[in-house]
Design a protein around this ligand. Sequence first.
Ligand code: NAP
Length: 233
Amino acid sequence: MLVTVLGANGPTGRLLSKQLVYAGHTVRALTRHLDAGGLAGLGITVIGGDATNEKDLRRVLRGAEAVVSVLGTPYSKQPISLYSESARAITRVLADGPRRLVVTSSAALSSWQDPGMSWAERHVLLRILARLGRTLYDDMRRMEDIVTAADLDWTIMRPLGLANMDSPTVYAIAEDHIGGKQTARRDLAAAIVEQVTRTDYIGKTAAVATTNRSVSIPLTIWREGIKPNLKRS
Ligand SMILES: NC(=O)c1ccc[n+]([C@@H]2O[C@H](COP(=O)([O-])OP(=O)(O)OC[C@H]3O[C@@H](n4cnc5c(N)ncnc54)[C@H](OP(=O)(O)O)[C@@H]3O)[C@@H](O)[C@H]2O)c1
């Protein structure tokens, strides 16, 4: 299949683009940084553009049979609009394009509490997510509303906190909620690759967790939530 990847230049996006190629798909990637490299060598067609811009999206979606998005942005105290703006533009463009859309949200939007988490882990996690992630999760919620209202074959992926983990990892997928501590980026990518051809999660939210390893939750929050902001400031 010809699959368009949005957010292809991010850490999950690169893994996802490669895994799609290994799975036999033809990949077209949208990136704001054509010079960031690494993807074109794999036979992936890399197109420069912004995922909130309908004109750019039309170019990268021409002829595609499925669209997968791992678009993301770091936590910020400022309002975030990437998720909702891109969802609005993508769903408009897909009205004349492929029906299959897989977008990435977060398990932080779920109200379900993992009984496997200690009180301290849950307390730290909820405090930090509420402080650091409020504007981001607000916008992810808007994205989910836009996607679920669209007349498309959509699936919303909800990973736990992402972490870079070496092979071999094992993951589980379940509707709406899943227990666990993290999702390895390679597992989120693999789960999305599966969704391109699977139909059982169409119109559903798919929670994904890595089941055979984990990193400490405070360390994940530091690496994924706090450090990227320090780098930017
Ligand atoms: N980090 C976590 O713990 C966590 C937890 C749950 C869910 N998620 C979600 O999982 C997904 C993957 O996260 P990640 O940490 O691997 O990736 P990421 O660092 O969030 O990178 C996302 C990519 O999106 C691209 N992007 C942002 N705005 C764009 C725009 N307007 N047009 C085109 N591209 C744009 C960025 O491109 P540039 O290179 O141009 O900036 C970047 O390559 C994201 O959807 C994220 O929100 C993350």
